[in-house]
Design a protein around this ligand. Structure first.
Ligand SMILES: O=P(O)(O)OC[C@H]1O[C@](O)(CO)[C@@H](O)[C@@H]1O
Length: 190
Protein backbone atom coordinates (compact mmCIF):
# COMPACT_ATOMS: atom_id res chain seq x y z
CA UNK A 1 0.00 0.00 0.00
CA UNK A 2 1.39 3.43 -0.91
CA UNK A 3 1.00 5.89 1.94
CA UNK A 4 0.99 9.54 1.02
CA UNK A 5 2.09 12.35 3.34
CA UNK A 6 -0.87 13.65 5.30
CA UNK A 7 -1.65 16.50 7.65
CA UNK A 8 -3.92 16.21 10.68
CA UNK A 9 -4.97 18.59 13.39
CA UNK A 10 -5.30 17.77 17.10
CA UNK A 11 -6.67 20.51 19.30
CA UNK A 12 -4.14 21.39 22.02
CA UNK A 13 -6.89 22.13 24.53
CA UNK A 14 -9.29 19.20 24.21
CA UNK A 15 -7.15 16.78 22.18
CA UNK A 16 -9.85 16.25 19.54
CA UNK A 17 -9.26 16.18 15.80
CA UNK A 18 -11.49 17.79 13.23
CA UNK A 19 -10.17 15.49 10.51
CA UNK A 20 -11.21 12.09 11.90
CA UNK A 21 -13.78 10.41 14.17
CA UNK A 22 -12.40 9.12 17.49
CA UNK A 23 -13.04 5.69 18.99
CA UNK A 24 -15.17 6.28 22.10
CA UNK A 25 -15.32 4.13 25.23
CA UNK A 26 -18.26 4.68 27.52
CA UNK A 27 -18.67 3.34 31.04
CA UNK A 28 -20.61 0.24 29.93
CA UNK A 29 -17.59 -0.90 27.88
CA UNK A 30 -15.53 -0.94 31.09
CA UNK A 31 -17.53 -3.57 32.98
CA UNK A 32 -15.21 -5.58 35.23
CA UNK A 33 -12.36 -3.07 34.99
CA UNK A 34 -13.01 -1.05 38.18
CA UNK A 35 -12.49 -2.81 41.50
CA UNK A 36 -15.72 -1.56 43.15
CA UNK A 37 -18.50 -3.29 41.21
CA UNK A 38 -21.33 -1.77 43.28
CA UNK A 39 -19.96 1.73 42.58
CA UNK A 40 -19.68 0.82 38.89
CA UNK A 41 -23.33 -0.32 38.75
CA UNK A 42 -24.48 2.81 40.62
CA UNK A 43 -22.54 5.04 38.22
CA UNK A 44 -23.89 3.23 35.16
CA UNK A 45 -27.45 3.60 36.48
CA UNK A 46 -26.93 7.39 36.21
CA UNK A 47 -26.01 7.08 32.52
CA UNK A 48 -23.51 5.56 30.12
CA UNK A 49 -21.06 8.46 30.23
CA UNK A 50 -18.00 8.85 28.00
CA UNK A 51 -14.81 7.82 29.87
CA UNK A 52 -12.22 8.19 27.14
CA UNK A 53 -11.69 8.52 23.43
CA UNK A 54 -8.70 8.10 21.16
CA UNK A 55 -7.74 8.05 17.51
CA UNK A 56 -6.82 5.27 15.16
CA UNK A 57 -5.38 7.13 12.19
CA UNK A 58 -5.52 4.04 10.00
CA UNK A 59 -1.84 3.67 9.21
CA UNK A 60 -0.81 0.34 7.64
CA UNK A 61 -0.33 -2.62 9.96
CA UNK A 62 3.42 -2.67 9.34
CA UNK A 63 6.48 -2.37 11.54
CA UNK A 64 7.75 0.26 9.13
CA UNK A 65 4.80 2.56 9.86
CA UNK A 66 3.97 4.57 12.98
CA UNK A 67 0.49 4.50 14.52
CA UNK A 68 -0.26 7.76 16.31
CA UNK A 69 -3.00 9.95 17.67
CA UNK A 70 -4.31 11.58 20.80
CA UNK A 71 -5.97 9.90 23.77
CA UNK A 72 -8.38 11.85 25.97
CA UNK A 73 -9.43 10.46 29.36
CA UNK A 74 -12.16 12.44 31.09
CA UNK A 75 -12.07 13.26 34.82
CA UNK A 76 -14.04 11.37 37.43
CA UNK A 77 -14.01 8.30 39.64
CA UNK A 78 -15.86 5.03 40.01
CA UNK A 79 -16.01 4.66 43.77
CA UNK A 80 -12.50 5.65 44.86
CA UNK A 81 -10.83 4.62 41.58
CA UNK A 82 -9.93 7.28 39.03
CA UNK A 83 -11.15 7.18 35.46
CA UNK A 84 -8.75 5.23 33.30
CA UNK A 85 -8.39 3.44 29.99
CA UNK A 86 -8.91 -0.31 29.78
CA UNK A 87 -5.22 -0.90 29.21
CA UNK A 88 -3.53 -3.52 27.11
CA UNK A 89 -0.38 -5.33 26.08
CA UNK A 90 0.62 -5.05 22.45
CA UNK A 91 -0.19 -8.14 20.41
CA UNK A 92 3.41 -8.03 19.18
CA UNK A 93 4.39 -7.88 22.80
CA UNK A 94 7.91 -6.48 22.44
CA UNK A 95 6.81 -3.31 20.63
CA UNK A 96 7.12 -0.02 22.53
CA UNK A 97 5.02 3.14 22.68
CA UNK A 98 5.66 6.76 23.61
CA UNK A 99 3.18 9.23 25.11
CA UNK A 100 3.54 13.00 25.39
CA UNK A 101 1.21 14.80 27.79
CA UNK A 102 -0.47 17.90 26.40
CA UNK A 103 -2.93 18.66 29.17
CA UNK A 104 -4.09 17.55 32.60
CA UNK A 105 -2.63 15.39 35.34
CA UNK A 106 -2.45 11.65 35.41
CA UNK A 107 -0.35 8.52 35.49
CA UNK A 108 0.67 5.77 33.14
CA UNK A 109 0.25 2.46 34.98
CA UNK A 110 2.47 -0.29 33.57
CA UNK A 111 3.31 -3.93 34.26
CA UNK A 112 5.12 -6.83 32.62
CA UNK A 113 3.89 -10.43 32.33
CA UNK A 114 6.59 -11.34 34.87
CA UNK A 115 5.04 -9.02 37.49
CA UNK A 116 7.20 -5.91 37.45
CA UNK A 117 5.09 -2.78 37.99
CA UNK A 118 5.74 0.90 37.40
CA UNK A 119 3.70 4.08 37.31
CA UNK A 120 4.89 7.41 35.92
CA UNK A 121 3.30 10.82 36.16
CA UNK A 122 1.73 12.71 33.28
CA UNK A 123 1.87 16.50 33.41
CA UNK A 124 1.91 18.84 30.39
CA UNK A 125 5.32 18.62 28.73
CA UNK A 126 6.22 15.19 30.18
CA UNK A 127 6.80 12.19 27.90
CA UNK A 128 6.42 8.60 29.10
CA UNK A 129 8.23 5.84 27.23
CA UNK A 130 6.54 2.45 27.52
CA UNK A 131 9.07 -0.25 26.52
CA UNK A 132 8.05 -3.46 24.79
CA UNK A 133 6.46 -6.11 27.08
CA UNK A 134 4.85 -3.51 29.38
CA UNK A 135 1.05 -3.37 29.53
CA UNK A 136 -0.11 0.22 29.87
CA UNK A 137 -3.15 2.14 31.09
CA UNK A 138 -3.68 5.93 31.28
CA UNK A 139 -5.26 7.26 34.48
CA UNK A 140 -6.68 10.76 34.96
CA UNK A 141 -6.29 12.04 38.56
CA UNK A 142 -7.29 15.67 37.91
CA UNK A 143 -10.65 16.60 39.49
CA UNK A 144 -11.95 18.56 36.51
CA UNK A 145 -9.61 18.54 33.48
CA UNK A 146 -9.28 15.92 30.75
CA UNK A 147 -5.98 14.07 30.48
CA UNK A 148 -4.78 14.65 26.91
CA UNK A 149 -1.78 12.74 25.52
CA UNK A 150 -0.30 12.18 22.08
CA UNK A 151 0.96 8.64 21.44
CA UNK A 152 3.00 6.83 18.80
CA UNK A 153 3.83 3.13 18.35
CA UNK A 154 4.82 0.71 15.55
CA UNK A 155 2.01 0.13 13.07
CA UNK A 156 2.07 -3.65 13.54
CA UNK A 157 1.91 -3.60 17.38
CA UNK A 158 -1.81 -4.39 17.78
CA UNK A 159 -3.84 -4.37 21.02
CA UNK A 160 -4.07 -7.43 23.26
CA UNK A 161 -6.94 -6.72 25.67
CA UNK A 162 -7.60 -10.32 26.71
CA UNK A 163 -4.87 -10.62 29.34
CA UNK A 164 -5.95 -7.47 31.19
CA UNK A 165 -9.66 -8.32 30.83
CA UNK A 166 -9.14 -11.70 32.47
CA UNK A 167 -6.47 -10.88 35.07
CA UNK A 168 -6.69 -7.11 35.64
CA UNK A 169 -3.70 -4.92 36.51
CA UNK A 170 -1.71 -5.82 39.64
CA UNK A 171 -1.85 -2.22 40.89
CA UNK A 172 -4.68 0.33 40.98
CA UNK A 173 -4.73 4.11 41.43
CA UNK A 174 -7.32 5.21 44.00
CA UNK A 175 -8.00 8.36 45.99
CA UNK A 176 -6.92 8.19 49.67
CA UNK A 177 -7.12 11.29 51.88
CA UNK A 178 -7.72 13.33 48.72
CA UNK A 179 -4.52 12.09 47.06
CA UNK A 180 -3.80 9.63 44.23
CA UNK A 181 -2.51 6.45 45.89
CA UNK A 182 -1.37 3.15 44.38
CA UNK A 183 -2.74 -0.01 45.99
CA UNK A 184 -2.56 -3.73 45.23
CA UNK A 185 -5.56 -4.79 43.16
CA UNK A 186 -7.74 -6.80 45.57
CA UNK A 187 -9.35 -8.55 42.58
CA UNK A 188 -6.16 -9.36 40.67
CA UNK A 189 -6.64 -12.76 39.08
CA UNK A 190 -3.16 -13.85 38.02
O1 LIG B 1 -8.64 0.90 25.56
P1 LIG B 1 -7.20 1.14 25.73
O2 LIG B 1 -6.44 0.06 26.36
O3 LIG B 1 -6.88 2.38 26.40
O4 LIG B 1 -6.65 1.30 24.30
C1 LIG B 1 -6.81 2.53 23.69
C2 LIG B 1 -5.55 3.25 23.90
O5 LIG B 1 -4.63 2.72 23.03
C3 LIG B 1 -3.82 3.73 22.66
O6 LIG B 1 -4.29 4.15 21.50
C4 LIG B 1 -2.52 3.46 22.22
O7 LIG B 1 -2.06 2.18 22.44
C5 LIG B 1 -4.01 4.73 23.77
O8 LIG B 1 -3.48 5.90 23.74
C6 LIG B 1 -5.48 4.69 23.90
O9 LIG B 1 -5.91 5.26 25.09
Amino acid sequence: MTVLPSLHEFNLNNGLSSTREPIRRTLSKMKGMFHDEAAFDAELAKGDSLLYEFYDMGVPDSEKDVAYGTSITYPGKVGDEYHMTKGHFHTVIDTAEVYYCLRGHGYMMMETPEGETQWLEFLPGKAVYVPGRWAHRSINVHPTEPLVTFFAFPGNAGHDYGTIESKGFRKLMVERDGKPTVIDNPRWNG
